[in-house]
Design a protein around this ligand. Structure first.
Ligand code: BGC
Length: 769
């Protein structure tokens, strides 16, 4: 029997212990530190002119990485004048030092700048896209990935990252679903907190800590029709129960900053929304950090219909926005608004204070150059250890969607493989969206990874087989950077013929297909979420040969895969795995790591089913089986997803039995334990994510059919049986009712434990107050 190398599951408690120091800091210590900070900031602000105060509210982009449609000019002069509080899109110790020196030595009050960047899934060493990372269901791994990103980012002079993105998304058309943790508020909150801990470490003053910026506040993932920057319209009950929890979890983990979103929240753009930025964020939730706008989102409120630039800038300041990204609305208008009485000195002071406090918390007043050690830049970036972590994270993120006849894992010696598809010998698309510091030339392609594992022991017959897409209009839109997607010199028909020839010579076909880097991420909505047609044509030609096809699927979103599910022998979803893509894929294909990832977002059968998510309400006419007339269903397709939330196979197989509850009648604050026996019945050691869902069938508002409440990732040897226990308290039964009161209501609850959201064992309890 082949020997497996499986990483021990990371025990979440370890992270809690590691990071318990700041939590256990005494209240007295906190008070002293706050008093010291206040005294310092008060002293500084006394010396500041109105212009200098407004300058602190101005964030400009440094031009090394352009992430929006307009940019700033005259940055060097602005820094010296004190009209710039921070720069983003600039990194590298030399460039950052130049600017920091201009601020510290060249400006009147020597106030350091804060340096930010979109470090989303790694800085130089790229980890899997966040949607993939969430599919690990391994908070230790995720926290560690964020910590490595922070180390690399600080080694290049940065102290602020625009991450985590915690927007819940139920619509796979939206390209930014790739940047978040999927559709579930509980899991989303856990991942958000893990990332904040990873970035900020034990103290923001550490040389390798960056301040997190939680985005996009709020509800950005609910853009209508999945169209980027589109309107959001949502009830407060939906907001509080499903969309807001991850932002709150990130705040509770200590996130230092928030970013306002582009969309409206209850009719008012988030960036000028006082209810959102002050009443909810600060008064209800107690946030003490600062809020930055999204890229020109302040200016864009003019187009939302909020008034001219001066009006919206005053509105935003009064609403609780502290820093204006790129648009210079604050810079250009606040002084006039002050003179005209449209804002007060206190409004400006409050925002300025919050920005200065962030700099203070980061230790920049003590040492503005704290992360500008050229040595670290040489030794701490893209290290072997970092690359190894990226590989291990990627392996854990892969989701095995199908594995008929246990075709995977592949044999490491003997036989032949046709390796085909436009992503098989491709480095660029390994990284996925948002990789500003990532160098795609340094990533490992799939063919390289496979060769590292099998050398000459397996004959590899390679053919590209198709373009990523043959559609030139689509290609134009994908090419927002030079040469991202191109047409091959060969005709599509010749390419397919080459793939067929390679397949004819081989025992098995491995087709590496799916979305390229720029098909997901910001401004990358799609109305058709299937594998592009050029690649489908190749797959269909190959399928005619009757040989087994293993699809290695690249995707930044759920795709519609009904044909592939019927015709491929196996599908391994690898998202966009990052720098170590090829190595990680090969480790899994050849069985050095047994896949354990689970979907954090539902895969629909058709785009027409969207929005499709597991924690939906029941409706008054739910459809389960039988006649379909006058039920909540479609005439032409089933209601069911192709792959449900929480789904993912293993090379082994796990069975669930014997769900036992400690009680079936409970009262008040008792704890219920639910225990299930999980058995590894397959031929390999492997990890399984055991999931706990609870349903609340009768309450004062209609409640979801089930909600994820806990999960445990366990490692089981061949033949091993394990009792997995969940402790359930009334805390897990709470929800926001129609008065937005957070509480639980007595009655019946359905406790469900299983391998995914659609395959659970259930038992009922009565729980009274
Ligand atoms: C995005 C943000 C990003 C910002 C700065 C915006 O367009 O929505 O997520 O942090 O640009 O690059």
């Amino acid at each position: 029997m082949k020997k497996y190398f499986t990483q021990k599951p990371i025990v979440y408690i370890s992270a809690a212990i590691l990071f318990c120091f700041p939590l256990s800091k005494s209240v007295a210590q906190d008070k002293t530190e706050t008093a010291k900070m206040n005294a310092f900031v008060n002293g500084l602000m006394k010396k500041m002119t109105v212009d200098e105060k407004i300058g602190q509210l101005n964030l400009v982009t440094g031009g090394m990485a352009i992430t929006g449609s307009v940019t700033n000019n005259g940055i060097g002069d602005g820094v010296k004048k004190g009209s710039i509080g921070g720069i983003f899109g600039l990194y590298g110790t030399e460039s950052v030092r130049k600017m920091q020196e201009a601020a510290v030595k060249g400006s009147r009050l020597h106030i350091p700048l804060i340096f930010g960047l979109d470090v989303i899934h790694g800085h130089r060493t790229i980890f899997p896209i966040p949607l993939g990372m969430s599919a690990t269901w391994d908070l230790g791994i995720i926290e560690h990935a964020a910590h490595i990103a922070a180390k690399e980012a600080t080694a290049e002079g940065l102290n602020w990252v625009f991450s985590p993105m915690v927007d819940i998304a139920r619509d796979a058309r939206w390209g930014r679903i790739s940047e978040g943790s999927g559709e579930d508020p509980y899991l989303g909150g856990k991942v958000a907190a893990a990332m904040v801990r990873g970035y900020q470490g034990t103290s923001l003053k550490n040389a390798d800590a960056v301040m997190a910026c939680v985005k996009h506040f709020a509800l950005y993932g609910a853009a209508e029709a999945g169209r980027e920057y589109n309107t959001v319209d949502m009830s407060k009950v939906a907001m509080y129960n499903y969309y807001l929890p991850p932002y709150k979890a990130a705040l509770d983990a200590g996130a230092g900053s928030f970013m306002s979103s582009f969309n409206v929240v209850d009719g008012v753009p988030a960036t000028t929304n006082k209810w959102l930025l002050t009443d909810l964020l600060r008064k209800q939730w107690g946030f003490k950090g600062f809020v930055v706008s999204d890229y020109t989102s302040l200016n864009e409120t003019v187009d939302h219909g909020m008034g001219n630039l001066q009006t919206v800038s005053a509105l935003a300041l009064k609403a609780g926005l502290d820093m204006d990204m790129v648009g210079e609305g604050f810079l250009k208008t606040l002084k006039t608004s002050l003179q005209q009485g449209k804002v007060t000195q206190a409004d400006i002071d409050l925002a300025c204070r919050r920005v200065l406090e962030a700099k203070y918390k980061l230790g920049l007043f003590d040492n503005p150059y704290k992360s500008l050690d050229p040595q670290r830049e040489k030794t701490e970036i893209m290290t072997d250890a970092n690359r190894k972590s990226a590989r291990v994270t990627a392996e854990h993120s892969f989701v095995l969607l199908k594995n008929a006849n246990q075709i995977l894992p592949l044999k490491k010696s003997g036989g032949s493989i046709a390796l085909v598809g436009p992503l098989a010998d491709n480095k660029r698309d390994m990284l996925g969206t948002w990789v500003i510091g990532g160098e795609w030339e340094k990533s490992i392609s799939v063919i390289e990874g496979i060769k590292h594992i099998v050398g000459d022991n397996v004959k590899i017959n390679y053919a590209k087989g198709s373009n990523i897409t043959d559609d030139t209009a689509f290609m134009k839109r994908l090419n927002f950077g030079p040469g991202m997607v191109s047409l091959d010199k060969q005709s599509p028909a010749d390419m397919i013929e080459d793939a067929v020839k390679a397949a004819k010579k081989s025992d098995i076909i491995v087709a590496v297909v799916g979305e390229s880097q720029s098909m997901s991420g910001e401004s990358s909505s799609r109305s058709d979420i299937s594998i592009p047609e050029s690649q489908q044509l190749m797959l269909k030609a190959l399928a005619k040969l009757g040989k087994p096809i293993v699809i290695v699927l690249f995707n930044g979103r759920p795709l519609t895969l009904t044909w592939e599910n019927e015709n491929a022998a196996a599908i391994l979803d690898v998202w966009a795995p990052g720098t170590e893509a090829g190595n990680a894929i090969a480790e899994v294909l050849f069985g050095n790591y047994n896949p354990s990832g689970k979907l954090t977002t539902t895969f629909p059968r058709s785009v027409g089913q969207i929005p499709l998510y597991y924690n939906h309400l029941n409706t008054g006419r739910p459809y389960s089986s039988g006649p379909t007339k006058f039920k909540s269903n479609y005439l032409d397709i089933s209601n069911d997803p192709l792959y449900p939330f929480g789904y993912g196979l293993s090379y082994s197989s796990f069975s669930y039995s014997n769900l036992k509850l400690s009680k079936t009648k409970l009262k008040g604050n008792e704890t219920l334990t639910a225990t299930v026996t999980v058995t590894n019945n397959g031929p390999y050691t492997g990890e399984e994510v055991v999931q706990l869902y609870i349903g609340d069938p009768a309450a004062s508002i209609s409640r979801p059919v089930k909600e994820l409440k806990d999960f445990k990732k366990v490692n089981l040897q061949i033949g091993e049986k394990m009792d997995v226990t969940f402790n359930i308290t009334p805390k897990q039964l709470k929800f926001y009712n129609s008065q937005l009161k957070y509480d639980w209501e007595p009655g019946e609850f359905i406790i469900q434990v299983g391998t995914n959201s659609a395959d659970t064992k259930a038992a009922r309890v009565q729980w009274v107050k």
